[in-house]
Design a binder for this molecule. Structure first.
Ligand SMILES: Cc1cc2nc3c(=O)[nH]c(=O)nc-3n(C[C@H](O)[C@H](O)[C@H](O)COP(=O)(O)O)c2cc1C
Length: 207
């Protein structure tokens, strides 16, 4: 008996939305607030949430998303954008982000050094800035889905799209933003299919 587990059980990757049902503004705001409240590594928040409400825009977008009906039949599509240009340790944005902590100057400098060391030794040898920002975007994605579910709102996370085509169609300024992942939101039409999950004792180990 836990409200978060209840929401997680309600949530499924909704393939069939009721196109007639629209999410009320305050509920949509709550879902977006959950995205903005999400944690990100070092608190960089290198993301942006582009909300597509327009039917015309979503119809234009659908062919670039494997023609998935969720794009047009949902109520809204949130395009989660990564901002990989922001997170280079030498970028003024990184300093601005750390300054928000209002720490003494020497501690701020030490934090930035630690950040630079982490990015140079652990992150950039393994992945590019887009992939690292995208990892954070997926935390916001999950929080928005769970928050939506807690209000009886369905969702479908979507990686099934052609990134460059979507960026072109939406006229994204790719010098600043890159599409990370999409989130369709709305209300299910019909029943949820049975959930498939591997047993918990195969996935969890205690030491
Ligand atoms: C990052 C991510 C991307 C996904 N992309 C798509 C997609 O493009 N289209 C789709 O129908 N489902 C997509 N899914 C849904 C998964 O297939 C689904 O979550 C998985 O099969 C488990 O089912 P459930 O979410 O209903 O429990 C995606 C899921 C995640 C987490």
């Amino acid at each position: 008996m836990n409200p978060v587990i209840d929401a997680l059980k309600f949530r499924h990757a909704c393939k069939k939305f009721d196109p007639k049902k629209k999410i009320p503004g305050p509920d949509l705001d709550t879902i977006l607030e959950a995205g903005c409240l999400s944690p990100s590594s070092f608190g960089m928040e290198a993301w942006k949430f582009l909300v597509l409400a327009s039917d015309a825009v979503r119809a234009k977008l659908r062919p670039a998303c494997w023609d998935q009906p969720q794009v047009t039949e949902s109520s809204h599509v949130v395009v989660i954008l990564a901002q990989p240009g922001l997170i280079d340790p030498s970028n003024a944005y990184v300093l601005k982000s750390f300054l928000r902590r209002k720490l003494p100057d020497d501690i701020t400098r030490a934090y930035i050094e630690k950040y630079k060391w982490h990015m140079d030794t652990e992150v950039f040898p393994r992945m590019n800035a887009y992939a690292w920002c995208s990892k954070q975007c997926y935390i916001a994605l999950a929080n928005m889905m769970t928050t939506a579910a807690s209000m009886g709102i369905d969702s479908c996370p979507m990686e099934g799209f052609e990134k460059k085509r979507v960026e072109k169609l939406l006229e994204i300024d790719t010098r600043k933003f890159e599409v990370s992942v999409l989130l369709a939101l709305g209300y299910r039409a019909g029943d949820q299919p049975p959930r498939r999950r591997y047993p918990i004792d195969e996935l969890v180990e205690f030491r």
